[in-house]
Design a protein around this ligand. Structure first.
Ligand code: FEO
Ligand code: CA
Ligand code: CA
Ligand code: CA
Length: 628
């Protein structure tokens, strides 16, 4: 593998290089288990008649029936390998906002050669768009958008290879990330940001945030700058998102570890074990610590404990302070899918996107009651971790001081270790989770895991193939679906199946061909973003290998597909430009526009020349009808 500089490397590859996992030393046992799973796997992949427990529609539908029952409001498109966006016939797209676009009048327009000045860097749309949600506030349409990380060689074009040379460079990078909240409006040229709106706001790496919940104030959360352990500057690694029934935005902190560097000395065994599990220490990915001591582990060993949380933001109130909700646990959060139990308790599904890490669920103690205060709903509750059994049942294991033997705050700060103690199921990188609005079921993208069956996770947990993660060296990914018992998302147990196993049926004839709802016409790899629309279609976005060669031949660029949860049918809707991943999906208030994120595009996209710019596009039907 070519060695890329740290800031040009995907976070998972960087982690693997800097925090290598021990090789599996129980190879024989792994092989034995993989073989013993073959019977199950063949039934699973074929969705054959023998697989009696394989869920609802897939078993009973032939592809002809699926076609007849198709609810897709578009003609599927072919795979593409070029430098633009493709949508179906009768649909169109326009760029709504790109990295560096001004949010205020007194900010210079983007310079295609030099990018954005340091002075303007906190007053523009941020870099690397990811999860997002829209909010209607009176007559105002507001969008909150995550700006996950930076591509510093693009964002600091004046530096050698993107390596920050000064505190100002670091501050500029910090300003391009976090969350952008802004008002948008549709004019003659489509949707665009409303400059100077009072709602426009950048919540970057130095924005003030509060810490709440059981870990707030704990000694592990205290730093030289904050002896209370309740106030922190910034949110980072903002990956997926969520929206609460009470109208707030949830932003999820994922790859926070790459921002910290240096060597901590005199730390406790507990802190050291946390560094090892979460991939902290050594050289950082972005070089902050050379100019900003807050990110130097030698000076601030507790600072990383203040990241890796879900943060609640009130987009309706530009003066409000975002709150890190520690009851939801600390890990590399993907998204936060919020739903309600029949009794009104708040259920939040949460994934930890790292090879062999876990799937979590939070259940509030008190119910949500419209119009009543919501403050405690994400502070007071129980975190659970998923245990999947091979017989297609599963259970949620409660994480408490009693079950884990860990003190409450420590258990949440080191949620990974706590979940390991309970024997949770190691997963193939849980990315977005989506709850079906029309059926009591949930879906999680398990994007891929080249270490499955090869080496344990960072905590030493076995990663031999298991029920929902049935392929060794899983380079394609799958989507697991679960059905909560008693139609209750707060229930203790569930049944599960696989909605799809991605694969390449034109290259492989074994499990790597994928499940039967994958064909030469719709194949893809590495499902990542995922959400339901209001009509009940499941939208799937990919962040995978776009070489279009070898195992990936015929898949083309990263893409967005629609899935029918009833028939299992999957159809390709949109493809992105070379090099990008498709991230984030939400709809305008009138549901006539779909907003889609294009992260880290290649070339100069969306322009013909100059710096490439991560962007949010607005996708519509030519006839102006509803789009989800
Ligand atoms: Fe930021 Fe797991 O994707
Ligand atoms: Ca993702
Ligand atoms: Ca990514
Ligand atoms: Ca991903």
């Amino acid at each position: 593998m070519t060695k890329l500089p740290p800031h040009k490397m995907p976070a998972d590859e960087w982690d693997e290089l800097h925090f290598p996992r021990p090789e599996e030393n129980e190879f024989d046992r792994v092989v034995e288990r993989a073989i013993s799973r073959r019977g199950f796997l063949s039934g699973l992949v074929a969705f054959g008649s023998g697989a009696v427990a394989m869920g609802t529609g897939l078993l009973n539908s032939t592809s002809a029936q699926a076609q007849a029952a198709s609810r897709f409001p578009f003609t599927p498109i072919d795979a593409q390998t070029d430098m633009t966006v493709h949508v179906p016939e009768g649909w169109n797209w326009k760029t709504m906002v790109s990295w560096g676009d001004p949010l205020f009048d007194n900010v210079a327009d983007f310079d295609a050669t030099n990018g954005v000045t340091a002075a303007d860097s906190d007053k523009v749309f941020g870099e690397n768009t990811d999860g997002m949600e829209t909010f209607q506030i009176g007559s105002h349409e507001i969008i909150a958008i995550n700006n996950e990380y930076v591509n510093s060689e693009i964002n600091l074009p004046h530096t050698p290879d993107g390596v920050p040379q000064s505190a100002e460079d670091v501050r500029t990078l910090q300003n391009f990330q976090g969350v952008t909240v802004m008002e948008i409006a549709e004019g003659e040229n489509g949707y665009a940001p409303v400059k100077n709106s009072r709602f426009n706001r950048r919540l970057h790496h130095n924005a003030e945030m509060a810490i709440s919940g059981p870990a707030a104030g704990h000694a592990l959360m205290q730093t030289s700058a904050d002896s209370t352990g309740t106030k922190v500057l910034g949110t980072m690694g903002n990956c997926g998102a969520g929206k609460t029934p009470w109208g707030t935005y949830l932003t999820c902190e994922e790859n926070f570890n790459g921002y910290f560097g240096g060597t901590a000395t005199g730390i406790s065994d507990t802190v050291k074990a946390g560094y090892d599990r979460y991939g902290l220490g050594d050289e950082s990915q972005y070089g902050y610590e050379k100019f900003d001591p807050r990110f130097d582990l030698g000076q601030n060993p507790n600072e990383p404990h203040r990241f890796g949380w879900v943060v609640e933001i009130d987009p309706t109130n530009p003066e409000s302070t975002p709150v890190k909700r520690t009851a939801l646990g600390r890990f590399k959060h993907e998204n936060a899918e919020v739903t309600l139990a029949p009794d009104g308790r708040v259920v939040v599904y949460l994934g930890d996107d790292e090879r062999g890490e876990f799937l979590y669920r939070y259940v509030s103690t008190n119910p949500y009651v419209a119009g009543q205060p919501t403050d405690g709903l994400l502070d007071d509750g129980i975190l659970y971790v998923a245990k999947f059994h091979d017989d297609q049942t599963g259970e949620w294991l409660a994480m408490t001081p009693e079950t884990t033997g860990m003190e409450m705050a420590e258990m949440l700060i080191f949620a990974r270790q706590a979940a390991s103690k309970l024997g949770a199921t190691t997963m193939d990188r849980p990315e977005w989770i989506a709850v079906n609005p029309y059926a009591v079921e949930a879906y999680c993208c398990l994007t891929n895991n080249k270490n499955r069956g090869v080496k344990p996770n960072a905590g030493g947990d076995d990663t031999a193939v298991n029920g929902p993660n049935p392929r060794n060296a899983n380079n394609y990914g799958q989507i697991v679906r679960w059905y909560p018992s008693d139609d209750n998302h707060a229930g203790e147990t569930f049944k599960w199946d696989l909605f799809v196993m991605a694969g390449n049926p034109e290259v492989h004839s074994d499990a790597y061909a994928g499940s039967k709802n994958v064909t030469g016409g719709n194949m893809f790899n590495s499902p990542d973003g995922m959400t339901f629309d209001s009509a009940g279609l499941l939208w799937i976005q990919t962040d995978g290998e776009d070489s279009n060669e070898g195992d990936y031949a015929g898949m083309g660029n990263n893409q967005q597909l629609a899935g029918d949860p009833t028939t299992g049918e999957i159809a390709r809707f949109l493809t992105g430009p070379n090099g990008c991943e498709i991230t984030g999906l939400c709809w305008s208030a009138d549901r006539r526009t779909m907003f889609v994120g294009i992260q880290h595009p290649g070339g100069s996209w969306p322009a013909e020349s100059g710096l490439p710019r991560s962007s949010v596009i607005a996708v519509k039907r030519d006839d102006g009808q509803l789009v989800g």
